[in-house]
Each structure stands twice: as C-alpha cells, then as structure tokens.
Design a protein around this ligand. Structure first.
Ligand SMILES: NC(=O)c1ccc[n+]([C@@H]2O[C@H](COP(=O)([O-])OP(=O)(O)OC[C@H]3O[C@@H](n4cnc5c(N)ncnc54)[C@H](OP(=O)(O)O)[C@@H]3O)[C@@H](O)[C@H]2O)c1
Length: 271
C-alpha cells in the first residue's frame, strides 16, 4: 500500500463481509496481494482474521491497515477500540493505523495525540490519516514528529487532486488512493479502452497504473477474479508521458464519489 514500506497495492475490503469477503480475499491472496485495507467501520475485521488464520501465511508476510472512526476519538475509547480490532483480526499489532476521518470541527490535535498513544503502546507499527485536507496535512506535520505514512483519499482520473498532491510533496505525507476506479465510473470514458488496446492490458490496469505513476499507492476492491488479478498486475508496463497527460485531462470532470451526501462529517474538500 505504501511505496516506502514496499506495498504499493493493497486489497480494499469495503463493503465486503461474510462469504463475499472470504471469497474475494482468498482470490486476492492467491494472485499475490499481501497488503489488506480494512476499518472498524467496515465491520469485517473478524472475517478477515478468520481468512488469514486459515491461509497458512505467516503474520510477517501480511501487511494490515485498519482505521479508527471519529466516534472513538476519546481517551476512554480510542485504544480500547484498537484492541478490539486486533482481537477480531487475530493479531497483536497492526502494520498501519489510520484516523479514518478528521473530526467534523476540524480539531485534529486530540485524535493525532490518541493515534500516537496507540503507536507508543505497541498497538500499531506505523500511523497515518485519511480524508485529511491540504491544510490539515500542514498542521499535522507541525504537530507530529513521527512519520505519517499515508493520507488515504479518493483518487482517480476523474478528480483533480493537485492541491492535495502538492501538500503531500510539501509535507512528505504520501497519498494512497480509494475509489481508485471511481466505483466503475471511469470506464464510461472511451480513452481507457483505447489505451488498453494500445498497451495490450485492461482499462482498469491503465487507470491504476496512472495512479501509481502519479506517486500514489493504490487500494482497490473487487469481487471478480479477473479484475482482482488484473488490478494486482501493474508492474509489467509503463504509461508514456504523453498518455499520462491525456489521462490528466480527464481530472477536470471533478467526479467525487465520497462526499457530504454519503458522509455528512466530510470536510470542505480542496479544489
Ligand atoms: N478511507 C476511506 O474513507 C475510504 C472510503 C472508501 C473506500 N476505502 C477503501 O478503499 C477501497 C477501494 O475503494 P472502493 O472499493 O470504494 O472503490 P473502487 O475500488 O473504485 O470500486 C470498487 C468497484 O469497482 C469495480 N472494479 C474494481 N476493479 C475493477 C476493474 N478492474 N474493472 C472493472 N470494475 C472494477 C468492483 O466491481 P467488481 O467486484 O465487479 O470487480 C467494485 O464494485 C475500499 O474497498 C476500502 O478498503 C476507504
């Protein structure tokens, strides 16, 4: 999931649970995914724990990210909620723990303090954030002196995230993507089919390769074996500068999937 930690592609698990989760995650592990993205809000940590314990894979070969929801941002509940995540996942320590959302009032100081406390207590190896704006990234670097390994955000070719990318380079907090194929909306653009023919890959591989070449690590979810395999196989080709620029042109569409209509506490996004 994170370039610097040798995980540039993770398997996302929202909104999968039960058999759908086990089927998809087993297919993902079969094709080679070793990084998994979950969250307390997804209510699937126990299902993931069950699949991993049956997989025969060693703990050190799996890289797990989970996230704490806003309602747990208090002294009393934060670390206790992470302990529940660990129990459900059947592990002792998360590889990465993220704040799932900034609080609605934008006061990130306390949640960041709680996040570091969880890290110092040995509940996670690395820490990060999600859905932070450029301004919040700047405040975060001023407040925190350990590496923030990612800001997980909506990132796909139909959304202009230049302001956030600039803040990522300025602060050294790298981005990772969610809604990487805009939940399928990207495929309405004929350019991806054209480029897929030119490079002899799938339209999805073109989209995800564009994300990687923007310097953003990728989270994708799929329940379809062919899509899962294709989404993982991104290293055997590279998009030319010209084709990267052709895809860049699509970002003016400004399609945002996860917004206040879905998540009322979402911040005012960067434009
Ligand atoms: N931090 C946050 O606030 C946040 C918010 C949302 C999501 N996430 C995380 O990010 C992960 C990915 O985001 P997402 O699942 O919301 O969006 P996504 O990856 O853009 O969309 C998933 C949908 O796209 C389809 N799809 C995937 N690969 C495809 C391909 N190669 N060709 C055609 N269709 C394809 C899948 O259908 P099929 O099953 O038919 O392939 C699935 O319905 C989530 O699972 C979750 O772990 C985090």
């Amino acid at each position: 999931m994170y370039f610097q930690l040798n995980h540039d592609r993770a398997f996302g698990t929202f909104p999968l649970k039960g058999d759908a989760l086990s089927d998809a995650l087993n297919m993902a592990l079969d094709v080679g995914y070793r990084a998994i993205d979950t969250a307390q809000m997804y209510q699937n940590e126990a299902d993931i724990g069950a699949v991993l314990s049956m997989s025969g894979l060693a703990r050190e070969d799996i890289f797990i990210t989970s996230k704490v929801p806003v309602e747990q941002y208090s002294d009393k509940t934060f670390c206790a909620s992470v302990e529940k995540s660990l129990e459900a996942l059947q592990i002792d320590c998360l590889d990465v723990l993220l704040l799932h959302w900034p609080p609605a009032d934008g006061a990130i100081e306390k949640p960041l303090e709680l996040l570091l406390e969880a890290q110092q207590s040995g509940l996670c190896t690395h820490v990060g954030v999600s859905n932070f704006t450029a301004e919040m990234l700047r405040r975060t670097t001023a407040l925190v002196d350990v590496p923030i390994v990612t800001n997980q955000v909506e990132f796909h070719p139909l959304l202009n995230q230049e302001t956030l990318m600039n803040a990522a380079s300025e602060t050294g907090i790298p981005l990772s993507s969610y809604c990487s194929v805009a939940r399928g909306a990207v495929f309405r653009q004929p350019l991806f089919e054209q480029l897929a023919n030119d490079y002899n890959v799938t339209p999805g591989q073109i989209v995800l390769r564009w994300i990687l070449q923007k310097g953003v690590s990728v989270n994708t979810m799929s329940t379809n074996k062919r899509n899962i395999a294709a989404n993982f196989a991104l290293q055997h080709f590279a998009l030319s500068h010209v084709d990267m620029a052709r895809i860049d042109q699509l970002t003016h569409h400004n399609v945002r999937i996860v917004d206040k209509h879905l998540v009322p506490w979402a911040p005012e996004w960067d434009v």
